[in-house]
Design a protein. Sequence first.
Lengths: 337, 350
Amino acid sequence: MNETSRPSAASCRTVLADGRSATVTATRRPRANRADVKCAVPGAPQVADRMIEVVRLARLTEHRFDSRDQVVLSFDTVPAPQERDWELAAVLADRLVRGAWHCPTVPLALGWSDAWQLGRVDGHDSVAPGTDGKVLLGGEQLPHLGALTGHADPAAAVSAVRAWFPLHSGGINDTLGWVEVSVFPLDAPGQEEEDTIAVPGADAVLQQAVRAALAGARHFDGRGLGRWRSVVRFSETRFQGDSYQLALVMADRLARGRDFVPRGRLVATGTSTAWHAGTVATVEGCAAKAELILQEAARGDRVLLPAAWREQLPAGYEMALRARGASLACIARIGLI
Amino acid sequence: MKLFGKRPDAALAARLALLGGELLAARCDGAAPPAGTAVLVVGADGRTRRATGVSVTTGKGEAAWCWHPGPYAIEIVPFAAAPETGLRIECVIVADEASVEQHRFELFLASEVTARADAVPLPAFAALVQGAVRGALDGGTLELPPCTVLEEWHAFRAGVNELLYTRFGLIVTDCLPVDLGDSVDFAALLRARALALEAVVGPEPETAAPVPAPMAPPDDAAALRRLFLELPALAAQLRVLPLPDGAFAAHRDLLQRMALVSVQVDTMPALALVAPGQALDAARQRGRTSAAIAAVGALDEGWRVLAAMKQSGFAQLTDEVDRVVANLECHVAARRAIPQDYPERREPTL
């Protein structure tokens, strides 16, 4: 891992029960035979002990171990001894400073868990007012640490995978939205495939489009039909166009365990006129979306674009993505190779 | 041990008949090895020698293994999260009688196959291969992303070839993605998980159940045997890598550190003793065992990085191999640690 991708200090914000804002700051220095994690909370050693325990347990879910670094975590505000909502912020600050997770801004996180060693985030107690959409809440929104990169929880009975797609609104509000497909085995086969797919919170047009795309792509798969009950959720349903469909279809394939798994997030844009044949067609807005994806790309991410964009992409785009640790493919059809 | 001269052993004969199909290698002490197999005699200290001739004679503490070069077909699941997507690998084991130096597969037989086992079945070996490929994919030395394009697939194939050659001494003749939907049902797997979760939630958890013992208790002695035998071999292969200009000092320091880790392993204290005649408590013994197993994990990572280095060169992965050796040093030091090494808890200071 090159040093540029790892900051020497990182922080994560949280909100205490009495409404005060608190920041967990993590710094990294050579370990030199010291403890791997140190925590400093002025005047509250039991909170520091709990923080060390939480961070060490959460590290057990990572694959990469580096004994050369010592991480020092500190709290600028002292939480009450029974409070636990800061635990997620401590875990995220520890991951940010070691380069195990990337976030373009300073994240705001609330969440606690009884089983950090499994990567589970059980819930959160308080709510942060006025931060809707900008806060990571443990529990329903972030049930598992792997969900930060869209991966399914290896212990959950519902396989839920997220994929990201660029939402282009002409400038400063461009962002990556996500689509999450959760699948669970279907108890009574024999229904129409489209009746087993629910899209809560979406209007009838979007719901119909999602159902048609998923049913078509499962037909292409060969083993997808008649086996699953599915729920599709979007981070944001107020968008136009169907460039989300490639991300949707890939998230569905990953959730059903039918495709290779990216190490980081899957970022895709593209649509199709015939999902039942597995083809990928081009979409609008190449320049702006490519620019946005390049800004947001992090280590391990996989970027999937339509094959027609290969000539339209700016020169050196693939190398720029590769320098950020992401990989790019311009595809004409989905499938294993 | 044979006290009563030669007697035909039915189990041994059945084992030898399965070689090349269900078994890769089998113990053949005192028996005539089947045609087409190579015979390796492994001493108790891990030294190996090849044996030729009609019958194998072993000395005290030695075990004779005969192994079949194959070909074998293995199906692995490269991602734990995608159980219906598999890779089918066809491979043969390197068998070059003329070569003087030890084959990697011979080192595998000597170090990883325990003395109590009497055969290496293909499924168990496939699990090892799967673990090696999964580790490389998680660690980033191999890349197999969704919608792999042809160039990426060729790079992956080359990486798998090198990894399995470096780690097990296999030559991969073919490797293809396969649909495991016939044998694996992800839906049934999820249902089983749901039932397991319900069983935990449903009835009241009566007592604080004792922590269940793992299926096969991991073994400190086996871990140390692997470190003892494989660290010198890993260092020897790192030593012969072609070096770019200016990498000499880093390479030399790396080899020195690996030699020091080797010395630490060679002089490792016994698991159950703090000092002669002074026993170590069970909790610290568990700590020592887990440190030894973690060190073996770092060793496996070292083989993966070596395989990647053979392809991309030393300079690309210097930081990665530095990390692996640092991890080895850390875990081996934890294996040696005695209670005096853990000082009393003090307030953390910056």
